[in-house]
Design a protein around this ligand. Structure first.
Ligand SMILES: C[S@@+](CC[C@H](N)C(=O)[O-])C[C@H]1O[C@@H](n2cnc3c(N)ncnc32)[C@H](O)[C@@H]1O
Length: 500
């Protein structure tokens, strides 16, 4: 049996004895064999080294190391020695790692390669290797645990250089490992995508890009598929990078639905400066699947149509004294994100404090009762779509103004008004599967912020209006998708026919 399958089967046996809650608390979700091999293939050093040093800092049952060793033993020009360092905090997995180590040594010996393996049962982030930050590896490969850490956690304090706000443990693994590679060493991580944007990861990104140059990125488009047996909802990505090399002019970006179709991955080559932001935050802009918006070649964004997007101005804890449980003579409706559904606003729902006083102190935080598109700023993980948007048509709620709570975004036309069709068409387009796919591929987490919305490519305004005419308020997602598809496809066909 190949080393990867050996590690995988042992991993299945070992994780069966773990309770679901424990598995979550230690982030114990194992990499499937296809993904492990896909990661390892691009990890090999570009030049043959007599001794190759591998670090697997969150080893689990060792499948990633098994995949790297397998690749090293399959290449022409074998190394003389392989040195492996495995870190695993859960002592119950150590016997499985020992079994794998024995198997690796035997396989390598048959090919005349000596393998030295050290297995450390401790917290990698607090280990001397992590805190001393000396180059100790030629290949670092990891599927680190994912969970939030308290900012006062000793691991966050030990690596404060990569922390801003509340850190996620996986970001610390990424940052620490970036500093442990020898020059030209290879670094490969499978992680959620949230590190690519967002302020919380800015310090970590700056640290990472000081040490590494990104070579390639793989995006898993499905929310579920890449981890067999594990219900991880957050989208994942693989990143490959090289230490202290000349930056590449291009980054290879591939994508697949999950791990089952990795062999059919779609590939793009993109200029580095288009992928990594050139400003201080160094956000990564993951590209849109070319088959979705790229082929439509839309150049318009909200500002092209004189539209603006803003975040709901009512910050509940600051406006506490103005927010009311029941309507009063001078109150107006306060919309929270719970009031917003796909294509429909439901207010009141008798759940929250749904009214806000309209007075001199709150006037600045109220918006005129005009046509708007309102959106939730966060989509629950279990939601089928990233964006939940609804048209708000002037006068639907009886008041002169509206309160919009801070977990909402809203689109409006400053100095003018959105027509009913524009508001409905834009809301339908934002709810559609096309935009969902765009944000799944391009935004890193379940939050769609105003900056993301400002960059969203939009179809021509007349098509949005056509969509708005055809989609009723309250339409289901199935109806929205079919209307949006048929109107956009019809235009695409017209363009093709004209071009021919
Ligand atoms: C997401 S799993 C991945 C395991 C394996 N590398 C794979 O790809 O299948 C992360 C592993 O890291 C271990 N772990 C969690 N926190 C750790 C820490 N601070 N130091 C070392 N290992 C840790 C967990 O017990 C778990 O086995």
């Amino acid at each position: 049996m190949a080393l990867v399958e050996f590690a995988h089967l042992n991993g299945i046996t070992a994780t069966r004895m773990l309770k679901r809650k424990e598995q979550k608390s230690l982030g114990q979700f194992m990499t499937p064999p296809d993904a492990a091999r896909y990661m390892a293939k691009r990890c090999l050093p570009s030049e043959r080294l007599p001794i190759v040093r591998i670090l697997d800092p969150a080893a689990g049952c060792g499948i990633l190391t098994a995949a790297v060793v397998e690749c090293l033993l399959n290449q022409t020009g074998l190394p003389e020695q392989i040195h492996v360092m495995l870190y695993e905090v859960d002592e119950r997995l150590i016997p499985t790692l020992r079994k794998l180590a024995e198997r690796i040594r035997r396989s390598a010996r048959k090919q005349g390669v000596t393998v030295k393996i050290s297995i450390r049962n401790c917290d990698f982030l607090l280990s001397p290797v992590a805190t001393m930050r000396q180059p100790i590896a030629d290949i670092i490969i990891a599927n680190p645990p994912y969970f939030k850490l308290n900012a006062t956690d000793p691991r966050a304090l030990a690596h404060a250089y990569a922390v801003y706000g509340q850190p996620n443990i996986y970001g610390l693994f990424m940052a620490v490992c970036a500093g442990l590679l020898a020059p030209s060493g290879r670094w490969c991580f499978i992680t959620p995508r949230s590190w690519t944007n967002g302020l919380y990861f800015a310090a970590m990104r700056r640290h990472l890009f000081c040490w590494l140059h990104i070579d390639a990125i793989h995006i898993f488009e499905s929310r579920r598929d890449h981890f067999t047996n594990a219900e991880i909802l957050q989208e994942a990505m693989i990143t490959w990078a090289t230490a202290q090399a000349q930056p590449n002019a291009e980054v290879i970006v591939s994508s697949s639905e999950g791990s089952h179709d990795l062999a059919q991955s779609r590939l793009l080559r993109l200029p580095l400066n288009q992928v990594i932001g050139q400003d201080d935050e160094q956000m990564i802009a993951l590209p849109v699947d070319t088959s979705i918006l790229g082929s439509a070649q839309w150049n318009a964004v909200l500002s092209t149509y004189g539209l603006k997007v803003s975040t709901g101005p009512v910050v509940a804890f600051r406006a506490r004294q103005h927010i009311l449980k029941a309507a009063s003579t001078n109150s107006v409706p306060l919309l929270w994100m719970q009031h917003i559904n796909h294509m429909r606003i439901s207010w009141p729902i008798n759940k929250k404090r749904e009214h806000i006083s309209s007075n001199g102190e709150t006037a600045w935080m109220l918006v005129p009762n005009k046509n708007l598109v309102v959106m939730r700023r966060f989509s629950p993980k279990e939601d089928s779509r990233r964006i939940t948007a609804a048209p708000y048509l002037a006068g639907t709620l009886p008041a002169t103004a509206l309160g919009l709570e801070n977990h909402t975004n809203y689109i409006y036309r400053p100095g003018g008004e959105l027509s009913d069709e524009e508001a409905k068409g834009l809301a339908a387009f934002l709810n559609s599967h096309i935009v969902d796919k765009y944000f799944q591929t391009s935004a890193g987490n379940t939050q769609v912020n105003a900056t993301d919305l400002r960059k969203l490519p939009l179809p021509p305004l007349d098509l949005l209006v056509d969509i708005g005419r055809a989609v009723p308020v309250g339409a289901s997602l199935a109806v929205i998708d079919s209307v949006v598809d048929s109107i956009l496809d019809a235009r695409q066909l017209q363009c093709t026919a004209t071009a021919n």
